[in-house]
Design a protein around this ligand. Structure first.
Ligand SMILES: [Fe+2]
Length: 292
């Protein structure tokens, strides 16, 4: 059997170690990932429930086990930020990430280069911050925002990527609305979507909404949304992680759905989007969520 062309990334999100984490799924993920023919793993945030030491320690052990198998990129989500330690930045930004950094290192926006792909990441989790505020007050520590400095930095990273390399951007908050929640993860999302397209990314990997999804920003930029591996899925739907494959012309997003009775993940829906400038691509387009 010949290997599928291109580069494949396992995309998993919102494992939320703590009260609601489904450890049976975690163990299934660990045994399943090495069988998928992927070249890297991306965890798009919310490793913990309340940024507690025990939760982050369990997440650290999980990531170490994944790294024994494949290069793994990890970023923080809003649940990994100690927003109460410095609301509105009154004590600076350092207290927000102190615990996360203790277990996952200083770098909040790591980059991972592998043969055929560059994975960059953008920080959208800033706790209770002016940039993340929306009129809905209860979203105060939930929403994220995408600063211009982040998209500028990512654009520069991708500009230096080898010719033809897949450019994969990993961030926590969803950039397309959830199908059930109908909600965006980001404040000021229109501006964020516009700048995301200017980074040169082929695909954005995100989570946060707890429902899987595959779509495009403005019919051009593919988006992979992974679900959660907790009991807190949207609409009590099965948990889902994705395998994102980028080949010369296309971005393929394959969902894998948790089957609780069999205690395993099964291939579910698959979407294919054209890669790069649509004028130079000729493949079918599926999905295509447009924000409301
Ligand atoms: Fe989140």
């Amino acid at each position: 059997m010949t290997a599928a062309p291109g580069v494949a990334i396992v995309h998993v999100s919102d494992v939320h170690f703590g009260r609601d984490c489904d450890l049976v799924q975690i163990e299934a993920l660990e045994t399943f990932f090495p069988t998928l023919g992927a070249q890297a793993i991306a965890l798009s945030g919310d490793l913990s429930q309340r940024a507690r030491h025990g939760e982050l320690q369990a997440a650290h052990a999980f990531v170490q086990r994944l790294r024994a198998v494949l290069p793994t990129l990890v970023i923080p989500g809003n649940h990994d930020v100690q927003w109460w330690a410095s609301p509105f930045g009154v004590r600076g930004s350092a207290p927000l990430y102190r615990k996360y950094r203790r277990y996952f290192g200083e770098e909040l926006t790591p980059t991972l280069a592998i043969p055929g792909a560059v994975l960059a990441s953008a920080l959208t989790s800033f706790g209770v911050s002016p940039g993340s505020l929306t009129p809905r007050l209860r979203d105060m520590a939930v929403k994220g925002h995408l600063p211009r400095s982040e998209t500028d930095r990512v654009r520069d990273i991708f500009a230096k990527a080898p010719a033809g390399a897949a450019k994969v951007l990993v961030m926590h908050h969803n950039v397309l609305p959830g199908k059930i929640s109908e909600r965006m993860g980001l404040a000021h999302w229109r501006d964020a979507q516009r700048r995301l397209q200017e980074t040169g990314a082929d695909v954005v990997l995100c989570g946060h909404d707890h429902q899987e999804g595959a779509g495009q920003v403005s019919g051009r930029l593919a988006v992979s949304a992974a679900g959660t591996h907790t009991t807190r899925t949207r609409g009590r739907r099965p948990s889902v992680f994705n395998v994102v494959r980028v080949d010369r012309d296309s971005v393929h997003i394959q969902h894998y759905r948790w089957e609780a009775h069999g205690r395993h993940f099964l291939p579910s829906d698959r979407y294919t989007f054209m890669r790069g400038d649509p004028r130079h691509a000729a493949v079918s387009v599926a999905g295509g969520d447009q924000p409301r």
